[in-house]
Design a protein. Structure first.
Length: 283
């Protein structure tokens, strides 16, 4: 495995957010991190891409500690799309996507023929080529998100990190973005690591899931191993009803109740009346 996290602790000043966490990212797969707000998902993602530092442990890429790697060399290995990308108002789509070529440029040189070829490819595969000469702020939310993904693709890395790439998008545009990421994984061989809030989307589009709670890894595995009543109870403190998605054969949460205090062992009448169906992977 190319990317591994070994016993890392991450925190801000005196507060530790992630505690003694270890994991392995499967190559050429889509890995999604799930967990409640404040559990350390985004903090972990930022540490794995060296946006923030960690206190102890190691993050290893191809056998090398990422903190010992040259910044531009690391940027040729992995790209990240943060949750709230910096404003690109006034920039043309093609101009923003070209920023992905920064790790390959020397000084303030012009784009090379290879740079332009890769930019064209990134625009093509993300379906953004038709509005390359439009300003980014003139686009819809879904279009803008695809342009940011195109910029990450122009960085020409094997590994792409995305922090909640569907935030603020409507249902159709969420699906559009996730299907694009799935195509990039299957057709281009990209290793995708992302944070998602929607459990059913995570189950549907992921090969590997990491469930976190209070800065610790609670469970890792495929959707059938992670999207279970027991795991969701531990991670989200909910009593969930899980069935098999009739279209994907992946586990799907159809309803849930909060677990409160002394009522943790009580079941809602809905969960008593619905027989959960064991899911089998369609991938």
């Amino acid at each position: 495995m190319r990317l591994q996290v070994k016993n890392i602790h991450i925190g801000y000043e005196s507060q530790t957010i992630v505690h003694d966490l270890s994991l392995v990212v499967p190559d050429g797969k889509i890995t999604t991190i799930i967990g409640s707000n404040g559990c350390g998902k985004s903090t972990l993602l930022k540490a794995m891409t060296r946006i923030i530092s960690h206190k102890d442990g190691q993050i290893v890429l191809d056998g090398k500690n990422i903190h010992h790697m040259n910044t531009k060399e690391l940027a040729k290995q992995l790209a990240i799309l943060t949750q709230n990308p910096e404003s690109a108002n006034g920039l043309l789509v093609e101009e923003l996507v070209s920023y992905g070529r920064f790790p390959y440029q020397k000084g303030f040189g012009n784009l090379s023929k290879q740079d332009k070829t890769i930019i064209d490819w990134a625009l093509e595969v993300t379906g953004t080529k038709d509005f390359r000469y439009k300003t980014v702020d003139a686009l819809s939310g879904g279009q803008r998100q695809r342009v940011w993904i195109a910029m990450a693709l122009a960085q020409d890395t094997d590994i792409i990190f995305l922090d909640e790439p569907t935030t603020y998008l409507d249902m159709a545009h969420q699906l559009e973005v996730l299907e694009l990421l799935q195509q990039l994984n299957r057709n281009e061989g990209k290793t995708i690591i992302m944070v998602l809030h929607d459990l059913n989307q995570a189950a549907r589009f992921s090969d590997h899931l990491l469930a976190m709670s209070n800065g610790k890894l609670i469970k890792s595995g495929n959707a059938e191993e992670v999207i279970t009543t027991e795991v969701l109870r531990d991670v989200f403190q909910i009593d969930a009803v899980i069935i098999e998605d009739p279209r994907t054969n992946k586990p799907m949460c159809i309803t849930y109740n909060l677990i409160k205090g002394d009522n943790q062992n009580e079941k809602d009448t809905v969960s008593d009346s619905i027989e959960p169906v064991a899911a089998t992977s369609s991938m």
